[in-house]
Design a binder for this molecule. Sequence first.
Ligand code: 9GP
Length: 833
Amino acid sequence: VEASIPEPQREAWTKHQVQGFTDKDGFEKEVVRHVETTLARSLYNCDEGAAYSAAALAFRDRLITNWNKTQQRQTFADSKRVYYLSLEFLMGRAMDNAMLNLGLKNVAKDGMQDLGFRIEDIIGQEHDAALGNGGLGRLAACFLDSLASLDYPAWGYGLRYRYGIFKQEIINGYQVEVPDYWLDFNPWEFPRHDVTVDIQFYGNVRKSQDENGKSVAHWEGGEIVTAVAYDVPIPGYATPSTNNLRLWSSKASSGEFDFQKFNNGDYESSVADQQRAETISAVLYPNDNLERGKELRLKQQYFWVAASLHDIVRRFKKSKRAWKEFPDQVAIQLNDTHPTLAIVELQRILVDKENLEWDEAWEIVTSTFGYTNHTVLPEALEKWSVGLFQHLLPRHLQIIYDINLFFLQSVEKKFPKDHDLLSRVSIIEESQVKMVRMAYLAIIGSHKVNGVAELHSDLIQTTIFRDFVTIFGADKFTNVTNGITPRRWLHQANPRLSELIASKTGGYDFLKDLTLLNQIEQYAGDKEFRKEWAEIKYANKVRLAKYIKSTLDVTVNPAALFDVQVKRIHEYKRQQLNIFGVIHRYLALKAMSPEERKKQLPRVSIFGGKAAPGYWMAKQIIHLINNVGAVVNNDPDIGDQLKVIFLEDYNVSKAEMIIPANDISEHISTAGTEASGTSNMKFVLNGGLIIGTCDGANIEITREVGQENIFLFGTLSEDVEDLRHQHNYSNHSIDSNLSKVFEAIQSGKFGEPNDFGAMISAVRDHGDYYLVSDDFESYLDTQKMVDTEYRNQDEWIAKCIRSVARMGFFSSDRCINEYAEGIWNVEPLVVKN
Ligand code: 9GP
C-alpha cells in the first residue's frame, strides 16, 4: 500500500497501461522488439531458439497484463482464496498452452510464418518444466489450469527445483539418468527478489512464562535459510483470469557469502554455507509412490511450507481481520502428505507468534486444511523418525506431541479403555525407532480427507484409515475422482480431433463444459464422420511412427494396432505383465507357418516411462523390454507383425504426441493399488480404448463409457488379499503359457538370463505379490478379444466415438468444482477484460 501511486498521478498510469497485442501485427512487432532488444540479435542471426525465446517473451508480456488485472481484482475483492500446496507441478511446456488459452494461436502461427518460421518448430524448442514425477504432479498442473479457467482465486505453492526429474537415456537397453537443467532460459517465471522469507532449522526451544503466567515457547539458534519467490503466471482458458504459481528457491540467508567468514579468510566455508542452503531447492526427489526418509527431503518440505504459510498469513494480516476469520479467507489443500507440516507450522504461528490460545488456534487450523490422499501403498506413506524431527524441527515436534496428546485424550473419552485403538491411531508409532505418521497428522489436522477415485476412497476408509472413520465419523471422508484438463489433453495435443468435434457441436464450448461431448455420440453410426475420425487417428499414428523412425530407427506400420503403456515403471503398474504378454505373442508368432502368421493382426507394443534411479527391479523391467525389442524388431520372420518400442525419456510433451496415436492403452495395475490413474482418461479422450483391471478410475471410466467399450480383466480388489495369502501358504501354479515365457527368458533368447532371474522369481518363488501369474491368462484372453474386435474397424471406431462422447465427467473442471463446493467453500471471482 505504501508504494502505491497517489491519485493525481494515476491518470498517466492509466493512459500508458500495457494492453498487450491482440492481432498478428502486434504480435510480430513484439517478437521483433524482443529479438532486437531483449536478445540483442537481428534478422541476420535469429535461429529457431531465438525465435522461440522472443515469441515466449511476447506471450509472457501478454499474460502478465492479465495476471496483474487478476491479482488486483483478487486483492480488492478480498474474498476467500484457495492455496494448493504441492511438492510437484508437472507443467510441461507453457507456450502452446498460453497461445491456446488466450485464443491467439492462429495469430502466432501466421505471425511466425511472416517472420520465416513454422509455429510447430518454434513450440518444439521449449524445454518441459518437469517439476514432478508422474500422476500426482501432473494432476496439480491440470488443477491449476482448471482453477484459472473457472475463475477461482487460487495460488499454487511449490518448490523451484534447479533440477527437475532426470532425463532418461537408454544405453545398451539400460536406463541411464542425466541431470535435467532446465533453467538456462525460462521466460515463464518472474523472480521476486524482494519477496523473501527467512526459514529456521535446528536450534533448541526455551520455555518462559509471560506476565499472565502462560508458558511461552521460544525457538532459538540453529540456522537460517532464505526463501526467494519466483512467480509463474497460469492463464485460464477463454478468460482473463490468470492465477499465480509461486515457487520458492533457497539461498544462504546472508546473501552470497557470509562476509564475516569471508573477511576472516575462511572463503571455502562461506561458499560451503551458500551451497548447503542452495541444496534445499536443488533437486526433485525422483521417486513416485516411494518415500525414503532422507533429511534433505524433510528440509525441503519444511522450507516450502514455512515460506508459503508466511506468505499466506502476511496476506491475511493485511486485511486486518480477526484471526477467527482466517478459515473464511483461506482454504489450504494438502496434495498428499508432503505438505503436512503446514498444519503444525500454522499452529505454531498462531500460538507462539500471535499468542492465541491452543484451542482457538487449533479450531482455525483444522477449519483451514483439507488433505488429499493419493496412495494406499505402504512404502509411499510418509513416516519420519522422531529423532530427525527433534534435531531439525524441535519446536514442531513438541507441537506434534501436544496435538497427539489432545487427540488421544478425546479418543479415550469417546472409546474408554480401548488401548489398542489408542496405539493404532497415535501420530507417534511406538516402533523400535519411533516414527511420526504424517498421514495421521494430516487427517487429524484437516476438516476433510479425500481419495482420488471411488474405489480408492472406499479403500482408504475401510483399510488404512478405518479407525479414523470410527473416531471422526464418515462425513469427514469423501471422494473426488480425478480429472484432466481438456485444453491440454484434447485441444492442444490433438487439434484436428478437437476441430472435428467443434464442427459437430457448434464450436469449442465443450472445452469449457466437457459434458457437451455427448453431442457427438449421434455420429457414431455416421460413415462420413467415422471416416474423418479414422483419418485423424491415422495421421496421429503416422506422426508417432515418424518419431519412432527418427529416434530409434525402427520402422513401424501405422496401420498396425498401436498398443501403448506409458507411465512410471513400477511393479504395481505391471509393465512386466505386459512384456511377458508380448513375449508370449512373439513365441506364438514364431510357432506359426508364414501363411498363418500373415493372417494375424499386426501390433506395435509401445512402452515408455522412467524408473526411480534406486529402483533396481523397475530398471530390470526396462532392460527386458529393450532386449525383447532388439530381438523381435530384427527378426525377419516377424516383420510388421510385431514391433516392440521403448520410447526414451517419457515426459509431458511426449505424452502430447503419443497419446493421440493410441488404439489401445494399458492400465493393468494389480487391483487396489493404483489410486486413480489419470492417463487412462487422456487416452480415452483421444479416441482409444482401454485394456485394464478393475482398479482406480478404470472403474468409473467403465461406468461412463459402458462395459462394452472397455476391455477389463483380472482379479478384483476384494480377492487380492486372499490370493496373496494363498501364495504364501501353498505353492501357487504358474500356467503353461507363462512358464513358456519364463523358459524363453531363461534360455538366453533375450540376453543374459541372470539379469531377469529376480523378476521371474518374484512371480514364481516369492509369493507373486502383484498377482502377475493369477492375471496372466485372462490378460492374454482379453488381448485376443482386442485383436478380434480391432479387425472390425467400423465398429471399433464407433466404440471410440461413443467413448469420447461419454468422457465429460473426467474434466478437471468438474473435479475442481467438487473441491470448491465440498471442501474449500470458495466462489469464482470473475475478472473483466
Ligand atoms: O499413484 C497415484 C495415481 O494413481 C494417481 O492418479 C495420482 C494422482 O491422484 O497420484 C498417484 N500417487 C502418487 O504419486 C503418490 O501418492
